[in-house]
Design a protein around this ligand. Structure first.
Ligand code: GLU
Length: 470
């Protein structure tokens, strides 16, 4: 057996790729990359009633946005059924499984009794074969060991030991002959050569049962690492209420894929005190030792902080590409404050150096660029209207217009010098001239720096907007 690391992400396609799933995928991907291994995708679509094509697409798109590309074509669990059945039969023949039949009420009674006795349930057929007449309706159950214990040597949780008398004889094949998840996951992980299973710790108890199946089959165990689930900022298990959205929704909210990878990596994994971990560093540093035992908390402010960092530090063409993809997706909801068709990427690109300085998300960046795309007459928000209503404003704006008309060179420094000279000459504070100027140029009281606004609009457009006041 080669010692190449092989990991997998094994989502059930019953919904979008949620943030916990995205993090599991990232950890598996990063661990494979860090060890020059392979990262595989397995779609666990055996639950036909709940699996949808839409969910499969959403998962693939979420992974693709995050650039967590599997190294091989995805495996569909439902297509491996014959193999799962073959292994169940092998277990039957080896005496590690049995055919069992009991009515629902009998099963209920067995379970109640087992609970009272403080042990896991065992079912008819385990000790002697069931009657022939029930064979057709029977299920195949795993004949789990009763004595001893099963220990998971978990890379995150440490050794977790469960007494075997607490693990019941689970169903491997249902009465219609279809395999259960617990069988399928073991067979698939084995057949795909998975060396490391990294997944949420909600699978920890399942894991003990899976280990028993591996052992019955004489198969080598993969290394297990169960990651604590993500909690909301109030410490409760994450739900939609906490902003537990689909990974792709973070894209539409204006997060960069690399920032998202950085944030997700830090959500339960650490490398010293590093907060900013670009993807190349993640691949260099990622290890199982760095995974925290305590649940991580979703912290949107931190995500925004990290995103702001990547926005400031991305080159212009990367930002333009991401913004173009965002516009293409056409899913701004209420977030974009103006019509996306107005956006002109060339104009935007020229203003990126200062727009990117202040924006925590790409949507925020686009919103701060709104003034670039407005046409006369501008619409003024309430605060801007109030500022423009002040008595001395017409005179200030008239004076400014004259100065700006005569600005010899439309460069930021020249504009700045000119405005400062004007304020000094008129005995005005800068705080008296910038707000009305900002209001008349942008229709708002929040905007990038006033020199940047003037410079980016250009001399002609700036003058036109001021003139429109009179
Ligand atoms: N399909 C399972 C889930 O989505 C994951 C199984 C596994 O990782 O072993 O929760």
């Amino acid at each position: 057996m080669s010692d190449t690391v092989v990991t997998r992400f094994a989502p059930s396609p019953t919904g979008f790729l949620h943030i916990g799933g995205a993090r599991t995928a990232l950890f598996n991907w990063a661990f494979a990359r860090a060890n020059q291994g392979k990262f595989l995708l397995r779609i666990e679509d055996t639950d036909k009633a709940r699996s949808t094509q839409e969910a499969i697409e959403a998962i693939k798109q979420g992974l693709s946005w995050l650039e967590l590309t599997p190294d091989e074509e995805p495996v569909f669990q439902s297509q491996q059924q014959d193999r799962h059945i073959e292994i169940a039969k092998q277990l039957l023949e080896a005496g590690h499984a049995y055919r069992s039949y009991a009515t629902e009420s009998e099963i209920e009674a067995i379970r109640t009794k087992a609970r009272e006795d403080g042990v896991a349930a065992r079912y008819p057929g385990r000790d002697e074969p069931i009657a022939e007449e029930f064979l057709e309706q029977s299920v195949v159950r795993f004949k789990a060991p009763i004595k001893g214990k099963t220990t998971i040597h978990d890379q995150v949780q440490g050794d977790v030991t469960i007494a075997n008398d607490q693990l019941d004889d689970l169903v491997l094949l249902r009465s219609d002959g279809t395999p259960t998840y617990m069988l399928a996951v073991v067979v698939d992980d084995h057949d795909m050569g998975i060396t490391h299973v990294i997944r949420g710790d909600d699978h920890l108890t399942n894991c003990a049962r899976q280990i028993q199946i591996y052992e019955a089959l004489g198969w080598t165990l993969p290394t297990f690492a169960h990651i604590p689930l993500i909690h909301g900022d109030d410490g409760a298990k994450l739900s939609k209420r906490h902003g537990a959205l689909g990974a792709e929704q973070y894209q539409t909210m204006g997060y960069l894929a690399e920032a998202m990878r950085n944030y997700l990596a830090r959500l339960g994994w650490a490398h010293g005190d590093e907060e900013i971990i670009p993807t190349d560093k993640l691949i260099e540093w990622f290890d199982l030792k760095g995974i925290n035992k305590a649940p991580a908390r979703l912290d949107i402010e931190k995500l925004q902080h990290i995103n702001g960092h990547y926005i400031r530090n991305s080159d212009e063409s990367t930002l333009i590409t991401e913004i173009a993809a965002l516009i293409e997706k056409d899913d701004f909801g209420q977030e974009l404050t103006y019509d996306k068709h107005l956006i002109d990427l060339d104009t935007l690109k020229q203003s990126l150096p200062f727009l990117s300085e202040r924006s925590k998300t790409l949507v925020e960046l686009l919103n701060s660029a709104k003034y670039l795309y407005q046409s006369i007459p501008l619409s003024f928000d309430a605060k801007a209207t109030k500022i423009l209503d002040k008595d001395q404003v017409p005179e200030i704006l008239k004076g400014l217009k004259n100065e700006l008309e005569n600005c010899p060179k439309w460069e930021k420094e020249d504009i700045e010098r000119l405005l400062k000279q004007f304020a000094a000459a008129k005995g005005l504070k800068f705080g008296q001239i910038a707000p009305p100027l900002r209001a008349i140029l942008t229709g708002s009281t929040v905007s990038p720096g006033i020199y940047d606004v003037l410079y980016s609009l250009g001399q002609q457009e700036s003058l036109k907007r001021i003139e429109a006041f009179f």
